[in-house]
Design a protein. Structure first.
Length: 306
């Protein structure tokens, strides 16, 4: 059990203990702070406290974190997850297509379950499994960052909020795109189909991305996409509604995207998170990783080049 001592500044006088801990310890949620207090893991002058205790400023809080509890047990048989970067509070893996990021109760384990079982240790919200700060669609492959600790969650969330994370995707899209372009529009769930998202709605939420051509192909284009916002299905939606659907996208592409010979080679939408750059929570500086194109993507690319 690790012990942490937190000095309360004078200007925090009058704050509630639970809210103070949540605000001043990166990645510690208010709910988790309250659980730790209720379980007696937070003490002032050696005495247990209540969530509602008001601080007077200048005191020292002792926080002891119990070992994380094991996540629910289940089979963890699944594909290899190559590690692209690993440090005390962060791990980045190369996610294969076909896996969901978080547990959904299906027969195939999620990335979170596989990573928790194969690449310990983790301690996030008191559970021995990684924390999720961004996601990839089931059929999207490539760079995926996960937090090892509450502090890692907090650092990564701040990096995303402060736009210090650079995510780049490669996509095979049908048609001949401009050499480069920027797309920005309102974004929301499609009122006609709750599975889908669209830019053709009134919404305060915005979606923005930029792309540029990497290679001109026969009836298609390989583009590199930079996300400025991280909306669900965003690249697939914005490229399709701009007239350049992602190859083999069964949800947003017209029938020709599924019947194209190259679509049969890849068997899923042709989208790969190729590069990721973000601040290192532990060591400082910037972590830069690249995930090589998977075999199915390369087969589709080869066919389009032929």
């Amino acid at each position: 059990m690790s012990l942490q001592k937190i000095s309360v500044p004078r200007e925090a006088a009058g704050e509630r203990l639970d809210k103070f801990l949540s605000a001043h310890l990166p990645g510690l949620s208010l709910e988790r702070a309250r659980v730790l207090i209720e379980q007696g893991h937070v003490r002032i002058r050696g005495k247990k406290c209540q969530n509602s205790r008001k601080l007077w400023g200048g005191e020292e809080i002792e926080l002891s974190r119990p070992p994380p509890r094991a996540p629910p047990r289940r089979s963890v048989e699944g594909p290899e997850l190559p590690v692209l970067h690993d440090e005390a509070s962060l791990i980045i893996v190369n996610k294969p297509a076909g896996l969901v990021v978080e547990p959904q109760g299906g027969s195939v384990p999620s990335v979170v379950e596989l990573v928790a079982a194969r690449m310990p240790p983790f301690d996030v919200e008191g559970v021995a499994q990684p924390g999720v700060v961004h996601r990839l669609d089931r059929e999207t492959s490539g760079c995926l960052a996960l937090a090892r600790t509450d502090e890692g969650v907090g650092a990564l969330e701040r990096a995303f909020q402060e736009k210090r994370v650079d995510k780049r995707y490669w996509a095979l899209v049908l048609g001949e795109t401009p050499e480069r372009d920027r797309l920005e529009a309102p974004y929301g769930r499609d009122p006609k189909d709750p599975r889908r998202f669209t830019t053709k709605v009134r919404s305060a939420r915005r979606a923005a991305l930029s792309y540029e051509v990497r290679e001109r192909l026969k009836g298609a284009t390989l583009v590199e996409v930079e996300l400025e916002t991280g909306r669900t299905h965003q690249i697939r939606v914005q490229m399709a509604e701009a007239g350049y659907p992602v190859l083999a996208d069964s949800l947003y592409g017209p029938e020709e995207t599924r019947l194209h010979p190259a679509a049969k080679e890849i068997g899923r939408h042709a989208l790969h998170a190729v590069r990721l750059s973000l601040p290192s929570p532990a060591a400082g500086g910037v972590v830069r990783v690249e995930a090589p194109l998977p075999e199915d993507f390369l087969r589709a690319l080869a066919l389009l080049r032929a």
